[in-house]
Design a binder for this molecule. Structure first.
Ligand SMILES: [Zn+2]
Length: 143
């Protein structure tokens, strides 16, 4: 009799735990199919920021922009390994950075301290015959 009563309470306790865990907000937000597009977007951005911050601390996200690019996280290998970014070393070595960085540099969002390297590194990808035009854009955007 005493044993049955104990089992009864253990079952009740287990049920309460299961209900509690299934209502935790975290277990819901981790289920992608239940997330709204807005929640997925926020999740995506928070993951991106987390990856960049962790790699930045290890000096493994070295970008050439004022605000680090996102493209390199999934573009590697090519501009780094794993989720790293090597656009900065590509730029100073006369090699083109990732496509996002090329676009952002031409919009004027590159790190201005690197401006002397931009035109040649971009021309390495789009064609050296465009070097003069690219240099004109860089001179204008980083005056
Ligand atoms: Zn980049």
């Amino acid at each position: 009799m005493r044993y049955e009563k104990q089992t009864y309470w253990i079952v009740i306790f287990a049920l309460v735990i299961v209900l509690f865990v299934s209502y935790l907000p975290n277990s819901h937000s981790m289920n992608l199919s239940d997330m709204s597009m807005e929640e997925k977007k926020e999740f995506h951005i928070s993951l991106k920021t987390d990856i960049q911050e962790e790699l930045l601390e290890q000096s493994r996200y070295r970008c050439c922009l004022k605000k680090p690019c996102t493209y390199c996280i999934e573009k590697t290998p090519g501009h780094g390994e794993g989720a790293t970014c090597d656009c900065l070393s590509d730029i100073v070595n006369g090699k083109h950075p990732c496509g996002e960085c090329i676009g952002e540099i031409l919009e004027g969002h590159g790190n201005p301290y690197l401006k002397e390297y931009f035109a040649e590194a971009i021309a390495e990808e789009v064609g050296m015959n465009h070097l003069d035009e690219i240099q004109k854009i860089i001179d204008e955007k980083y005056a």
